[in-house]
Design a protein around this ligand. Structure first.
Ligand code: GRG
Length: 296
């Protein structure tokens, strides 16, 4: 009998922490301070939503878990780098992340910049060094996919639009475009990376891609709601920053209830994309529920 969702999440989070500990450079090898800061930024924190999505998609595709570990780590390292850079004074200028001082506060700005750079390149090093699919062209596709999701046509591009949008009214389609790139692209990539470690048809990949797109956007809509409703201690990051910074959000455009309704709609549509997968998509369904119902 399969384990319940909470136990599945907890077991993967614990196991994955060990995976990350082993894949990150040791803090006692040079340059020690940079390595220590990289470990500080990645370890002991975060929900690990992107890795969990990769594990769930990997299970659906009957993938070798050890291979998914590496793909999931690559996605999480990109995510961790983006948080370190986002928190810096030149961007969101925040002091709290994952319940502890942000990387530039704990170390210094130059170190935080290098931590982000080094985590990003480590992600691609992992994809190049480890065998993730017997078909080399599929492995190359995984590298391409993560690069596009992280770059100017993905997360970094979304962040550029976000920074330019402060104090400006955005239309709903403009806001959606920004978030599909800033937050959604990496979440979508995490689902596909997990699936690419196993066996899936082109048609199945297309459906998983749509699932990732919808659930990535739902994640951001919920994030906007939580930024208004949850407190700093629960979130482990400063609450209420969007309104303080005069940033357009789903809440500022649709109101709290409108944003909640939108998250529900995206959730339903995401579940529809999984209809043909049967039991093999159960973890993805449960993660979709978690993403929409989460309180932190
Ligand atoms: C610096 C290129 C570059 C991009 C930054 C991710 C990002 C783009 C900015 C972070 C700002 C932010 C709070 C975005 C909202 C959605 C989001 C990514 C929240 C944090 O992700 P979680 O909730 O964090 O998965 P944990 O800590 O659980 O991993």
């Amino acid at each position: 009998m399969s384990v319940d969702f909470q136990s599945w999440v907890a077991a993967h989070q614990v196991r994955f922490e060990e995976v990350l500990r082993n894949l990150l450079p040791r803090a006692d090898i040079a340059p020690q301070r940079l390595h220590e800061a990289m470990r500080y930024a990645v370890l002991d924190g975060g929900k690990r939503v992107r890795p969990l999505l990769a594990f769930a998609a990997g299970e659906l595709a009957d993938a070798d878990e050890k291979r998914v570990d590496v793909a999931a780590a690559a996605a999480e390292l990109i995510h961790a780098y983006s948080l370190v850079h986002d928190d810096m004074p030149c961007m969101d200028d925040d002091v709290l992340r994952r319940g502890k001082p942000t990387c530039h506060v704990q170390y210094d700005e130059a170190t935080a910049l290098l931590v982000g750079d080094a985590l990003q390149t480590l992600a691609f090093q992992l994809l190049a060094e480890h065998r993730l699919n017997d078909d080399a062209s599929r492995q190359l596709e995984m590298t391409r996919l993560l690069a596009v999701a992280s770059g100017s046509r993905g997360m970094a591009g979304g962040q550029a639009i976000d920074l330019a949008s402060v104090g400006k009214p955005l239309t709903l389609p403009e806001l959606e475009f920004m978030h599909i790139h800033k937050t959604g692209a990496l979440i979508r990539a995490a689902v596909l990376l997990g699936a690419h470690c196993g066996t899936v048809s082109a048609e199945q990949l297309e459906r998983l891609d749509r699932f990732g797109k919808l659930i990535g956007l739902a994640f951001q809509v919920v994030d906007d709601v939580l930024d208004c409703e949850a407190d700093t201690a629960t979130l482990g990051k400063t609450a209420g920053k969007d309104a303080d910074n005069d940033k357009p959000t789903y809440v500022s455009l649709l109101g709290i209830q409108g944003a909640r309704d939108m998250a529900q709609r995206l959730h339903s549509e995401a579940l529809e994309t999984l209809a043909g997968f049967g039991d093999s998509a159960q973890r993805l369904r449960e993660l979709a529920d978690f993403i929409v119902l989460r309180k932190f």
